[in-house]
Design a protein around this ligand. Sequence first.
Ligand SMILES: [Zn+2]
Length: 209
Amino acid sequence: MSLPTDFTLDADGWCAAARRVPSPNCDDRSAGSALDLLIIHNISLPPGEFGGDCIEALFCNRLDYTAHPYFEQLRPLRVSAHFLVRRDGSLLQFVPTLRRAWHAGASTFAGRSHCNDFSIGIEMEGTDTQPFEPAQYRTLVGLSLALQARHALAAVVGHEHVAPGRKTDPGPFFDWQAYRNACLRAHFRRAPTACADTLPRFAGDTPTA
Ligand SMILES: [Zn+2]
């Protein structure tokens, strides 16, 4: 994997390099609540098709629900994520990280429910049935490092890990090992004296206790 992209976040948690598409589907986080979990998802609209603007339309409540038979079931949804990584690696942002996006639904992590309260959500444009693009990992790694620097994440997991039995994304083709290793390499390249303890735990990490 080539070098990840460098990203920075402003005081509110907007990423300057992302195309900003503000979503109304968000609200304030509770005062004093933790923000220490990164959740990876996948999405494609219509399912299995890439490109177009249906994902951002869904997150902004302006999807044409008559344009595809699958879309009718999405009509009642009010959902969003903080970020979307397109197949070409380009980055969109819908919600600043300091606000709560509506991406995880009913979910639990390490005994804490309502993961939206304390997490950031990144959608990878993709499906459960095919590999993600190298350009997507490059963007994801760079963004993950920027989020880590800003928010001191404790863990990175998939939606499938916090909503097992209900959600399957990002799915078996998401390469956790390559993603984790690229994050580690980039982390130490930027800060050779850094401690691995300053990195979050990744889904699939072997428990040390
Ligand atoms: Zn998801």
